[in-house]
Design a protein around this ligand. Structure first.
Ligand code: AMP
Ligand code: MG
Length: 910
């Protein structure tokens, strides 16, 4: 026709070239090393022969009123100049790069440039590559749509006395060629050269079709995308449905956060699958009526699912686009990228997933004509310069082009070209090899990776897991994919056992009551409390008040498993009341007199306390339970220590110490019932870990309804230190708290990170100089807040602790250091506590992979008070320790390889 249309892929290249003619990003470079006595004239003629043979090499793409068209120039007008230049051995690579980085204006210039570099002096012999396959794979490390297959071919001329060395470099714009064009291009060039050097014309038969035939045919076949009945429209519609709702990004366990702009810097590792496993994969494919590609692709999707925690995986793969045999000999732009989506359901057997994937893959192949870039436009995923659109992991199967160069006197050797680029986060590029008898002979290749986010060892780990996974599916194809073991045995032991090896001897008979009573006996004259208005109590005075009230409580029936509510504002009375309930053997239930009566009423109804301890200052009343006004009690007669003999029943460590009602993200508050053994373990660990002693002063400023307050209320009482009680509404005033801490020489602060931030702001970054330790908990500790604290408060250590109310305040701990820059770890499990990071099927996940955090050990709550239904939901059987329970936190975490946990947020699980 008059106007030859561009193929769809060419159209995209044309727009890119119009947009930036200076860019070399879409150049396809070829470099050929020649040894021997080279005949320059024969080479010139050979180039002319090739350009005459392939119309695409003499096509320009001017803009017309109908849009861009292909104009094929007559051979005489189109043969590119052969630039011949002498360079030193050191300069040759630079010279090749310079040529192959040239720019084209495809509207006016032919899309090929050629140069011959004569090398002065000796050149190093090329490093032999183990196999043709490896060499071939190595050449494909860049974009599979923009392949840079710098092959190395050697002409060995037996007659040459003094072989000269040359590098012939070619570059074609991607609008006229792709990676698979390199083979016909070099083959034809060598054929023509061989003929011309003998003074003959190349004896090839003309090409059956030209690229223009293909583009016209493709246009006719696909039709107009705006016509709903056209193949183009149908294919676009297929992809819209097939890729609907695809996640924008696959989050694999990375070593670094993803930079805002992808650098494409890449590394690569070798991957090798032995002949036996290869043969097993071939058999598995055959059994399911699938191809080897489908098996490898499905297995890769399963690995990615297991490593990302996502069940929706997209993998990109190149399609040579040369569906017809006559296209094999053509130079031209045929390659396209297909997106394969896999929905990985952990409960599905691998062979069933493979059967499903086979159907999906077939559908994808059947809709492979729409160019990938067009799909990106149509599907319009959230764009980001940080990642490749639609998929971030590539899979390429290289079918080796055989007999590329089989001319007499010609031998081929490969050159390992390390482009140090990776267009995707990961790109698995493999070739499957077969013996002469057709038997599987192994799969070899490389895994390239983005060094922006991955370290080499991490990627080696992915490759090892992948090969192990392939072994598993070959030996047991019916294994449900969520149960395929992806941890090595040693790794499993490390994660489940060694990191949980926290067993520590504590006083297992301890209760809050016994620990307080021991301190009172040991330190009678030490200051125990400093009240908001400066009132001080020694441990002897405190003990007397506590024991007096405890006797009264016992007299009205309080004992083990009986609840007593505390409706008091922060005051000496509140501390005395809490301690008295414990000493009496009961369980305390804090309520906040300033909270809505409805919430408090619900808590009291649920907890059904024997009584509510309150005072005039609390201004509290309720109909639900009897009130005991502390300010109206008659002075107690007996103030001595209380033992089991005085109690309603003996107090044991597994009796409930307190019930704290958490807000509960949905619905009603739920009462977490903690046994004495749990909190006693926590307090004993804490005293040892943070070296708390009688000289320490602890600030009490948290509402008793939050479990963080348990630390504040009890830490000093256990170690004989002082408790400094902030005014009832003092927690709202950071300046007041700073001033109080400085005045009373507070050494120990428990704090939520937002409060730490407020205290730092109020004090211009400086906190009281007596401070020795700050324990942050309750929400993520931002690295900026942590480092701001550390900057001007070197007198104090800072810790990030983690724990839900259901596990006695804290269960993991980490000391903040200079290394905590991007985020602050929540650390490792404390004494007699165990942590599990599990996937949806309760299998442990590898380091770096997000999983849900489950907790086990001494510190677990008994459950939710009077709510066996809720308890059964969250306190589940521990599959790693028969007969034990574990608590499902709903928090997402990941292990770091140093055995500490990284906090990653909440799961959707309520
Ligand atoms: P609570 O039961 O009220 O103590 O809240 C426990 C929840 O607070 C945990 O499940 C976490 O979601 C969150 N949390 C506690 N400590 C931390 C921490 N150090 N970093 C991040 N989140 C935390
Ligand atoms: Mg807490």
């Amino acid at each position: 026709p008059e106007n030859i249309p561009l193929s769809l892929a060419q159209q995209r290249m044309w727009f890119l070239n119009r947009f930036d003619t200076a860019s070399a990003a879409y150049n396809v470079p070829v470099a050929v090393r020649l040894s021997g006595a080279l005949d320059e004239d024969a080479l010139r003629s050979a180039i002319a022969d090739v350009v005459a043979r392939h119309e695409i090499l003499r096509t320009i793409y001017p803009q017309t009123e109908q849009g861009p068209v292909q104009v094929i120039l007559p051979p005489a007008q189109a043969v590119p100049e052969l630039e011949v230049r002498t360079v030193t051995a050191d300069e040759v690579v630079g010279a090749v790069v310079e040529l192959t980085s040239t720019s084209f204006d495809v509207t006016v210039e032919v899309p090929i440039k050629v140069a011959l570099f004569k090398i002065e002096g000796e050149t190093p012999a090329p490093a032999p590559v183990e196999s043709e396959a490896a060499a071939h794979a190595a050449a494909y490390t860049f974009d599979f749509a923009d392949i840079a297959p710098t092959g190395q071919f050697q002409i060995v001329d037996p007659d040459a006395a003094a072989p000269a060395e040359y590098v012939l470099a070619l570059v074609i714009h991607h609008i006229s060629g792709d990676g698979s064009s390199v083979a016909p291009l070099t083959r034809d060039l060598m054929t023509a050269y061989a003929a011309r050097s003998l003074g003959q014309e190349p004896g090839w038969s003309p090409l059956a079709v030209q690229y223009a035939d293909y583009s016209i045919w493709q246009r006719e076949l696909l039709g107009d995308e705006n016509d709903a009945d056209s193949l183009a429209a149908k294919q676009v519609a297929y992809w819209q449905q097939a890729l609907a709702g695809l996640p924008d990004q696959l989050d694999l366990p990375a070593d670094r956060p993803r930079p805002a702009v992808q650098s494409f810097a890449g590394g690569k590792i070798d991957i090798r699958i032995d002949a036996e496993l290869h043969s097993g994969l071939v058999d598995l494919a055959r059994a399911e009526g699938a191809t080897l590609f489908m098996v490898v692709h499905t297995a890769l999707a399963v690995l990615l699912a297991r490593l990302s925690g996502s069940g929706d995986i997209a993998i990109g793969t190149p399609m040579a686009g040369r569906g017809e045999a006559v296209l094999d000999d053509l130079i031209g732009m045929f390659v396209n990228t297909l997106v394969f989506r896999t929905e990985v359901d952990g409960g599905e057997p691998f062979n069933a997933l493979l059967a499903r994937q086979r159907e999906t893959d077939i559908q994808a192949y059947a809709n492979a004509d729409v160019p990938f870039e067009r799909l990106v436009e149509v599907l319009n995923p959230a764009r980001s310069t940080a990642r490749h659109p639609l998929f971030q992991v590539g899979l390429s199967f290289q079918n080796l082009t055989r007999s590329t160069l089989e001319l007499p006197g010609l031998s081929v050797s490969g050159l390992d070209v390390d482009t140090e680029l990776s267009q995707f986060d990961l790109h698995l590029i493999v070739s499957d090899l077969y013996g002469d008898d057709g038997a599987a002979d192994g799969i070899t290749g490389i895994l390239t990776y983005a060094t922006d986010i991955f370290d080499r060892e991490t990627v080696v780990g992915f490759a090892d897991r992948f090969v192990a996974l392939l072994r598993e599916i070959v030996s047991a194809p019916r294994t449900v994919v969520g149960e395929i073991e992806i941890l090595a045995a040693a790794e499993r032991t490390e994660i489940l056992d060694r990191r949980n090896d926290t067993a520590h001897q504590v006083d297992s008979t301890a209760t809050l009551a016994s620990m307080l009573t021991a301190t009172v006996a040991a330190k009678p004259t030490a200051i125990a409390l400093i009240g908001p208005d400066g009132e001080t109590l020694t441990y002897a005075e405190l003990g007397a008040r506590v024991n007096g009230l405890a006797r009264h409580l016992i007299s009205i029936g309080v004992g083990p498993e009986a609840r007593v509510a505390l409706a008091l504002r922060r005051s000496v009375d509140l501390v005395v009341a809490m301690y008295a309930v414990s000493v009496a053997g009961g369980a305390y239930v804090p309520v906040d007199p300033d909270q809505p009566a409805e919430r408090t009423g619900y808590i009291l109804e649920t907890a059904a306390p024997v009584c509510v301890l309150t005072n005039a200052a609390a201004e509290f009343s309720t109909e639900v339970a009897p009130l005991v006004r502390m300010d109206q009690l008659a002075p107690a007669a007996k103030l001595g220590p209380i033992t089991d003999a005085d109690r309603v029943a003996p107090l044991r460590p597994d009796h409930t110490a307190y019930v704290i009602f958490t807000s509960g993200s949905t619905g009603r508050p739920k009462g977490v019932a903690l046994p004495h053994a749990a909190i006693a373990n926590q307090l004993q660990w804490k005293s040892a870990e943070f070296e708390l002693g009688p000289d320490d002063a602890v600030l009490l400023k948290t509402a008793a309804t939050f479990d963080l307050s348990v630390w504040e209320f009890w830490s000093a009482a256990v170690t004989g230190g002082r408790l400094v009680i902030a005014a009832a509404d003092g927690h709202r005033d950071p300046a007041y708290l700073n001033e109080l801490m400085a005045r009373e020489r507070v050494t120990t602060l428990h704090v939520v990170p937002s409060m730490l931030d407020a205290l730092l702001t109020a004090g211009d970054g400086v906190m009281n100089d007596a401070l020795r330790r700050v324990l942050a908990i309750g929400e993520a500790l931002p690295a900026a807040v942590a480092q701001r604290f550390r900057a001007l408060n070197r007198q104090s250590r800072l810790f990030n602790l983690y724990g839900p109310t259901e596990a006695a305040v804290s269960i993991t701990s980490h000391q903040v250091t200079d290394a905590d820059k991007g985020s602050v770890s929540i650390g490792a499990p404390e004494w007699n506590s165990r942590v599990y990071v599990l996937d949806a099927r309760l299998n442990p996940v590898p380091d770096g992979v997000s999983g849900e955090l489950y907790l086990a050990g001494t510190q677990l709550a008994r459950g939710y008070f009077a709510r066996p239904d809720l308890t059964a939901d969250r306190f589940v059987a521990n599959p790693f320790a028969v007969g034990e329970r574990m608590y499902r936190t709903g928090d997402l975490v990941a292990w770091s390889d140093n055995g500490e946990l990284e906090y990653r947020g909440r799961t959707d699980f309520q």
